[in-house]
Write a protein that binds this ligand. Structure first.
Ligand SMILES: [Zn+2]
Length: 265
């Protein structure tokens, strides 16, 4: 899997290039008219990107080396499900991505169903003008907790570090697309949502209506929502209103406001 580890070096370049493509797409053909002026759009995007940069720093400094260490330990000791099944090569990579994505589904669902986790996850949902930059907007504590739990999940599945890099690359690309203020051509949207979480599916998850928010928890593969009964489509997606009631003030939308929100009554 050293070829996949190599992929990690290009991940930053790939996600920045994909961000630029999606920003241009949002400019040329936005799905919703979210912004009154370009200055407002810049300010909104910059705040989300700064929060994302803080998260990236935390993950790179605090966790990537540790994920690599536990993955190497699992490989060396033949520990974890993939090793117990004797899988190697691409069969191991495919099953590894599937299982890791199933974990991500349940982590995200827990962030909605457990009030203490929702307190942090609501910062992500408080964006009333969701666009591609919202993909970066998560509270540091949420990112820290999920990164910490991965230290147990990686060896339990028996993932190699290359599998983690492959999953992170696929996940990041899909998460950027699903938050972008774009609409796929209907035939593409219909076809792709059998496999991955599309912009149409994820817009429902960011709706202000609680019944919508409590659906479509999957991050990469849409199968988990179909399997665990949380798949939801809206008849009129154009009527969706993003954000959370009570979280619209500018004070909740600044970088400082986002970081402080979970600690305020
Ligand atoms: Zn959510």
């Amino acid at each position: 899997m050293s070829d996949l580890t190599e992929l990690g070096r290009w991940r930053g370049v790939a996600s920045t290039a994909w961000l630029i493509v999606l920003l241009l797409w949002e400019t040329a053909a936005p799905c919703f008219a979210l912004f009154l002026g370009s200055r407002e759009r810049w300010r909104h995007g910059l705040r989300n990107v700064v929060v994302g940069a803080l998260n990236a720093l935390l993950v790179v400094v605090g966790f990537v080396w540790a994920w690599k260490a536990v993955a190497a330990w699992a490989t060396e000791h033949r520990f974890g499900l993939l090793n117990w099944l004797g899988l190697t090569g691409w069969p191991a990579a495919v099953l590894g991505v599937l299982l890791f994505d199933c974990w991500t589904y349940w982590w995200h669902r827990s962030a909605h169903e457990l009030p203490r986790l929702w307190n942090f996850h609501r910062v992500h949902h408080s964006d009333a003008r969701m666009d591609v930059t919202t993909a970066n907007r998560f509270h540091l504590v949420e990112i820290g907790l999920s990164s910490l739990l991965r230290l147990a999940v990686i060896p339990l599945i028996g993932l190699q570090f290359g599998h983690v890099v492959l999953y992170e690359t696929l996940l990041q690309g899909c998460v950027q697309l699903q938050h972008a203020n774009v609409a796929l051509p209907p035939a593409w949207e219909w076809t792709l949502r059998w496999l991955i979480v599309t912009p149409g599916l994820h817009k429902v998850h960011h709706s202000r209506e609680p019944a919508d928010t409590d659906s479509n928890y999957a991050s990469l593969l849409s199968v988990w929502d179909r399997l665990f009964g949380s798949f939801r489509l809206r008849a009129r997606p154009e009527e969706i209103r993003f954000g959370l009631d009570g979280m619209d003030t500018d004070g909740r939308q600044t970088v400082r406001g986002m970081i402080r929100t979970p600690f305020e009554k």
